[in-house]
Design a protein. Structure first.
Length: 306
């Protein structure tokens, strides 16, 4: 295992974890993001070269930053918090294979965020823990919201669970402020217990209420990005439709992979954590896309779960 400080994507003092097959590079600047999660040199994270070196300035028009982002929600409800989402964080190496990013205390919400990234010594397994700390003088409700931008043009495969609230087991946002619970899209189907997003949908944002605790994304570079995360069927999820997962599939440019945590009501001084387990697995990209081997997907997805 190797840990180092490097310059990457125009940013100084990025932090890197590296074993024989996997490289992780995180950037404390501009929102505390993952800029590289690579297997054998192939990066799974979407980067926009026009944003190279970009830094947040409060009085200058902002961008929607690329990379492996994390946030807090619920979307549309939580107070805007650019200090957390866009501001500069501090970064440090805190042990073998472990990096920590720490935000400033956010003036809008009173929340401070701490993100720990821990890479396994012998595999691509990366633990991504986000801790939400209430440093205000009043209770704050929030939730973990992962907003990882992966490279575009892939296939999303989400295992479904019984008793979905949605007639088609997912919803589609839009056009406008509509949540469509009866979508009909040729690039989305349900097959053998999976929701398959095979290409660009009519509208990019989708919501799913699965409690399987994992999903995956097949990338054209013959690589599978697996996310595993805890789910809580008996707890309240604060998104408007009670989502545990959202997918934002934008053309063939990028795909946002979004596990969502349950509502946390934090008293002053309290904290709550949510941990995602990431993995990169070599997997031949199916041609045509409609012929994904779901039995193979299921086997990989259930390995090492929890």
């Amino acid at each position: 295992m190797k840990t180092s400080k490097v310059d990457y994507f125009g940013y100084e003092d990025c932090l890197r974890l590296e074993n024989t097959q996997t490289r992780v590079t995180v950037c404390p600047q501009a929102g505390g993001r993952v800029l590289e999660y690579a297997h054998e040199g192939t990066n799974s994270i979407y980067l926009n070269n026009e944003q190279r070196e970009w830094r947040y300035q409060p009085d200058v028009p902002s961008v929607d930053p690329c990379g492996g982002r994390f946030d807090i929600g619920p979307e549309r409800v939580i107070t805007p918090h650019p200090d957390l989402w866009l501001g500069d964080w501090t970064g440090e190496i805190v042990g073998e294979g472990k990096i920590r990013l720490t935000s400033k205390r956010d003036s809008a919400t009173g929340i401070r965020l701490v993100r720990d990234f821990t890479l396994a010594t012998d595999s691509s397994r990366l633990l991504c823990e986000q801790r939400m700390i209430n440093e205000s003088d009043k209770p704050v409700s929030c939730c973990h919201w992962s907003r990882t931008l992966a490279v575009g043009g892939g296939i999303c495969l989400i295992p479904l669970t019984p008793e979905s609230r949605f007639p088609k087991q997912y919803i589609m946002y839009g056009p406008g402020p509509v949540m469509n619970y009866q979508p009909d899209d040729p690039n989305i189907r349900v097959r053998d217990g999976f929701l398959e997003i095979l290409g660009t949908p009519e509208n990019p944002k989708l919501g799913i209420d699965s409690y399987a605790g994992w999903f995956c994304y097949l990338m054209p570079g013959d690589l599978m990005f697996v996310k595993r995360f805890p789910v809580y069927p008996d707890r309240v999820y604060g998104e408007m439709a009670g989502l545990t997962i959202s997918i934002w599939y934008y053309k063939n440019e990028m795909c946002e992979l979004e596990p969502i945590g349950p509502r946390e009501t934090l008293a002053p001084g309290d904290s709550a954590s949510f941990t995602e387990q990431w993995e990169l697995v070599p997997f031949d990209y199916p041609v045509p896309a409609a012929e994904v081997n779901l039995n193979a997907i299921r086997k990989i997805g259930l390995e090492h779960q929890g």
